[in-house]
Design a protein around this ligand. Sequence first.
Ligand code: FES
Length: 221
Amino acid sequence: MSDQITITIDGRQINVMPGLKLLWAALDNGIYIPHLCAIREEIRPNASCRLCFVEIEGSKHPVTSCTKTVEENMVVKTRSPRIDRLVKTAFELIISDHNLKCNECPANKNCVLQTIAKERGLRLKQKRFKSIVREFELDDSPEVFAFDRSRCVLCGQCIWADRVEAKVGAIGFTNRGIKRMVTTFKDLPLADSICTQCTLCVDACPVGALYYKKDRKEAGS
Ligand code: FES
């Protein structure tokens, strides 16, 4: 299409629509960049997971591809020693308080953390950072799904689904730093909140935090 612009990612020239964020330009063209928190429709991405770093020719510092808009003749690298280090650190921080018993997880083999680990040659094991195991009560109150906060990666996909797609507003982030979590108003069980149990949040969860009870593994029950 004539109104498209040309950019180069990892040596491959691609035509993309102006205004598109670099992350989506890459993914739409089969070029994988790790990401957890990006939402295509979000105009102001919060870039909280820090997994989508790339290098752009002429830029001194790596940038998050979910916040960077494509520009004509932009030359991008998704891999370099510097990028790999940044992604590895972000990944290790994310898994530092994540329940890593994958074989007990309803999302096992269908989890974005496993996809990223495989693609970047990273291990789903905590080595560099101290593991912080947080004790959470499982919210088993909805009829067909459950919420296991020990597996939540704080990507915000469920909150977007709840607020923007379902237009309910039952869940949101509370607290800061290490205590940050997704919860309902007054931390009520989902079934006692305004949640309509539409399950859009479950479908949006990229890991095993919000899951259908039918997918629950025996050991994790
Ligand atoms: Fe870009 Fe999370 S996808 S920071």
